[in-house]
Design a protein around this ligand. Sequence first.
Ligand code: PMP
Length: 355
Amino acid sequence: MKHNFGAGPCILPQEVFQEAAQAVLDFNNTGLSILEISHRSKEFEEVVKETESLVRELLNVPENYSILFLQGGASQQFAMVPMNLLPEGGKAAYLDTGVWATKAAKEAKNFGQIEIVASSKDKNYTYIPKDFEVPSDAAYFHFTSNNTIYGTEVFEKPQTNVPTVVDMSSDIFSREINVSDYDLIYAGAQKNMGPAGVTLVIIKNDILGKTGRTIPTIFNYESHINAGSMYNTPPVYSIYVSMLNLRWLKAKGGVKAIEQENIIKARTLYAEIDRNPFFKGTAEVEDRSRMNVTFVMDTPELEAEFLALAKKRGLVGIKGHRSVGGFRASIYNALSITSINALVDAMREFEESHK
Ligand code: PMP
């Protein structure tokens, strides 16, 4: 058995893989593969409709928000957000909490003035800056709710008087959120929503159409809203598999229930990191992510040895990102407590054998 701690694309439930595989051979007894049906077919229209209503239900999305399934990943949103929300000659505010936040701000600089309101770069992004002010003349404030590489997470939405945009790629559907706290939420699907290839965007309708700039049709949220995510051929299979995964989440009791599991999983792993003298966490305790657990060894020479043991135990994907080093265990929704326990057992075994 493999325990997949990969950061994304990542583990999805086994039953989702099975259903997804079946649909490649015969989708809903149509005698056709999901890969060969038209995106304009009645069957696929139903898929988009159900996926949208699952997102709406699971996240409690208010009626005045649109839900879109786009391509281009979260990285395309780094550009689409300023294109659609930053007026000509305007200013936007960004919180710098790591690589993805930096990339989002850098892309936005192509469209206007960008103010970095705070940064945790001084300590290699091991914490979330809290004391900062967002200028009231900013068109919007952007932040990243979970920093996949550094293992930090923003649990309390920063206070602002301006529209708020959030990149929730790596923690959406992992905990309850209040959608109306935000004006635009985006997330690459490939963590807790589904496979790579589709990007979820949730937008408050009335923030659009105010920039005065010409937006290429394909990058204009309004084109996609008006066409119900069918302005062009959508990522059919990625949307379908996301629908299966969201059905799974709903059957488990939804976001509220999975959040409780995620809290227990994270607590179990951090407890071992804090107890075991061979390991130490890299993120500030109060900002520790429940999705990406980053840790290192006091003796870096032993890291290769622990990785070898992990490999023997079927623990996959725990090597840390090169900018942090050590280890990163991504513990997304579909990863069970059994896998957490397998990692904890390996850490204990390592300690025992080095006493
Ligand atoms: N934002 C965050 C928080 C991410 O974790 C990632 C990718 N892991 C991205 C943005 C970039 O996403 P994509 O590869 O879908 O463009």
